[in-house]
Design a protein around this ligand. Structure first.
Ligand SMILES: [Zn+2]
Length: 376
């Protein structure tokens, strides 16, 4: 199995600001954990740094006006109307180089897609990517340029059928929006329910429109959904739909803000539960373009994406974290020496509620979407 890992040490030059939950340092932390496990020098894996995406490529999804504004504010210019594009407050701060880093991240996801499309590798992982909330004319949810959309568009240009599987705790709304009318792109997003969490969308009823009716799939989840409840819902929905759709490639958004200790969300996954899901996706995908996503408890991010990259290469990792990584993770408050999490026991009533909710959503998907794909 030939694989590719896409990473740039330039990412650490950029910073959303001291109060912002998205810490760019999570990427270096992840890289160094991979390195400590020997995963950055594998014989079958290319390791490549991206070039920034061309502006013309960004314009395949984003409006010219938005791109001009993003470029200007990034250079420190005052632009009246920047707020209309979601820029400059709260979630989407204007920081120096936001234009450059957004282009670089887009370039990384496009490179991952190209390597897979050219047949150079079967699986590629760009863990800085997966910024799934950005819309054509505005930044949203820490995302300025929608790299998953651009990667999928580049695969569509090759005539490929693309399945997008998004397991971030938040709904993949930007990607769903981009392909809402396209039956050649099946989008599946599992996430904490939209009436409890940003961005407020991602209900089962959002099925797609026109020719794309039935090609937009959402599995919303109750707070405290854990590995076991999730696995049941995932297995009921994702494998049958992927088998029926028969994609040429799967683009996966692997956000790990679904973790029990993530400060922004209320799901209850463990790193080992996340890893099992990644294993299923990798196994179901004929070819895989994997991206990162959310993740705001940094040691979780490093452990989860390291485990994901090992899975993509068919490698079993020792659960004992390498000594140097242990020290570094301890600086972020992670004192446990294991790649995996201890078993968490949730209160039974919370678990039951999460399970009942998940089963109801699965039933609704089976009733409304399955028949559109010839599934009973
Ligand atoms: Zn998220």
């Amino acid at each position: 199995m030939k694989t590719a890992l896409i990473h740039s040490d330039q990412y650490s030059r950029f910073d959303y600001g001291p109060e912002h939950p998205l810490r760019m340092e999570r990427l270096g932390l992840t890289w160094r954990l991979m390195e400590a496990y020997g995963l950055t020098a594998l014989p079958q894996a290319k390791v490549l740094a991206p070039d920034p995406a061309d502006e013309a490529v960004l314009a395949r999804f984003h409006t010219r006006e938005y791109l001009e504004v993003l470029k200007a504010v990034s250079a420190g210019l005052q632009v009246p109307g920047a707020a209309r594009h979601g820029l400059g407050f709260g979630d989407n701060p204007i920081f120096p180089g936001v234009w450059e880093v957004s282009r670089l991240i887009a370039g990384g996801s496009l490179l991952a897609a190209k390597l897979v499309a050219d047949g150079e590798v079967e699986r590629a992982f760009h863990f800085a990517g997966g910024l799934h909330h950005a819309m054509p004319d505005r930044a949203s949810g820490f995302c300025y340029i929608d790299d998953p959309v651009l990667a999928i568009l580049s695969l569509r240009e090759r005539g490929w059928r693309v399945a997008y599987v998004d397991i971030d705790a938040h709904h993949g709304d930007g990607v769903q929006f981009a392909f809402y009318r396209d039956p050649e792109v099946l989008t599946i997003s599992t996430h904490e329910r939209g009436d409890r969490l940003f961005p407020g969308t991602g209900f089962v009823e959002e099925l797609g429109e026109g020719a794309g009716h039935g090609y937009s799939v959402n599995l919303p989840l109750e707070p405290f959904t854990d590995d076991e409840v999730y696995a049941e819902g995932f297995e009921a929905i994702v494998p049958p739909l992927l088998r029926a759709f028969r994609p040429d490639v799967v683009v996966a958004q692997l956000g790990i803000d679904s973790h029990l200790t993530d400060p922004l969300t209320h799901l209850a996954f463990s790193v080992q539960g996340f890893a099992l899901t990644v294993k299923r996706i990798a196994w179901l995908a004929p070819r895989l373009v994997a991206l990162g996503g959310g993740g705001y408890d940094l040691p979780n991010v490093a452990r989860a994406w390291t485990a994901a990259w090992a899975i993509m290469n068919g490698i079993e990792l020792s659960s004992d974290l390498p000594a140097q990584a242990r020290q570094e993770l301890a600086r972020f408050g992670f004192s446990d020496g294991s790649l995996w999490d201890p078993l968490a026991e949730l209160p039974p009533d919370l678990r039951r509620r999460a399970q009942e909710y998940c089963r109801r959503q699965v039933e609704a998907i089976r009733r409304t979407i399955f028949p559109l794909h010839g599934l009973a």
